[in-house]
Design a protein around this ligand. Sequence first.
Ligand code: HEM
Length: 455
Amino acid sequence: MNRPLAPKTAPGLRQFLPMSFGPMARLRTDPLGFLLDGRRRFGDVFRFQVGPFVIHLLAHPDHVKRVLVDEQANYERGWAYNIPRLAAGEGLVTTDGPAWRRLRRMIQPAFHRQKIEAMAVAMTDATEVLRRRWRARPSGEGPLDVAAEFIDLTLRIVGRTLLGVDLGGAADRIGPAIATAMEYVQYRIDNMLAPPLVFPTRRNLRFRRAMGRLDALVFEIIAGRRREPCRDADDLLARLLAARDEETGEGLTDREIRDQLLTFIVAGHETTAAALAWTFHLLGRNPEAAGRLHAEVADVLQGRTPAAADLPRLGYARRVVEESLRIYPTVFGVLRSAGRADAIGGCRIPARSQVLLSPYVTQRHPDFWPDPEAFDPDRFLPERAAARPRFAWFPFLGGPHQCIGQEFAMMEAVLVVAMIAQEFRLHPAPGVAVEPKAVLSLRPRDGLPMTIQPA
Ligand code: HEM
């Protein structure tokens, strides 16, 4: 009788210290290239080790499914999430196990489908403000950084829909504070030996000041709602204020509510803003796809502002966003920690080592995506999508930790794309090379200057 082969150590790279030379220097300077190349050279399970930290990149959709669904209890958010916790505290994105389950139960009802559909008007109203601003630009004016425009837009939408406040006035203050906080978190991920936050280094002090500004804003939002509770409000903030522990009957403290609000402000706008920027970047380079989008929008909307009810007929617009999230998944990788030892793809995954799931890598896997760098929204036609494994495309993850804002983000992105395509054509600014930069999320390194013309 044949005995199953014992799992082997996965092939890959090893380096004692995280240095700017050696086989893994590229992990810091070009993490996306490093991961893609690793899969190409070593296969679907690629092991890399820096000092004591062992990480396995799992590139095959079946392996992703094993971690996120089949064996998800064995793969929780591990020590890597201690770093974003410096900013977001015990938020829904940074917790796991029973604490996470309690929060998710509490918050999930704020994201039911009907609730999200009811947010469409706030989304289109905010987009109309942006369109008005663009319309008022003198003709012949130079390129505009549309990545920054989308940050401002999605921040306003999150404020209005989830917190019942206009974050527009505060955008100038909180945008840079959020950027500082995210860069700090990325720096700490890249530099495991960096001085802890209690040390008054310039970088630590800058982060603390940024967090002070964000905290002041969030605590003010909470205090404002406590002072003047809106009886009809059923948004995220209302749910958090009304939530009671099933056993003790106690409500959440302001600190606990702050952690969730900050989590949602950041997770809810940055990702979608980057997705919109990448979508227009890709459309600007693919005039045929842009032409099809403009034709669909004109045909379906006949000049009207879109509503939630129009979404089923904006199929091409949705496929454009899906394809853009394939090529530039704004969350390009997530880490999970193996509780027990496991074997995946014939390779040993030691207990307490990390696994890395990367939509950026899997969504370019040549076995599932022919010509992976080509922009082809029709890959997402139902019949073509049905021929692929579930986890060949997972920009919103999947399983119990699937992004709670997926429907929100998709609706927002399709409405914004349709409204902009209805009125404008965006062209790449001449002579500008646009490159992705991985700072927690994947965004254009130097913004996205584009020329805006009437459609
Ligand atoms: C294109 C836009 C978006 C993308 C690509 C995206 C992607 C993701 C991914 C990959 C995760 C899993 C993170 C992990 O486990 O480490 C996640 C979780 C999460 N996302 Fe999103 N997201 C988007 C938009 C949003 C929006 C609009 C919101 C809120 C309105 C949101 C709120 C969250 C929250 C709270 C979690 C944690 C869920 C949990 O673990 O229970 N996201 N998102």
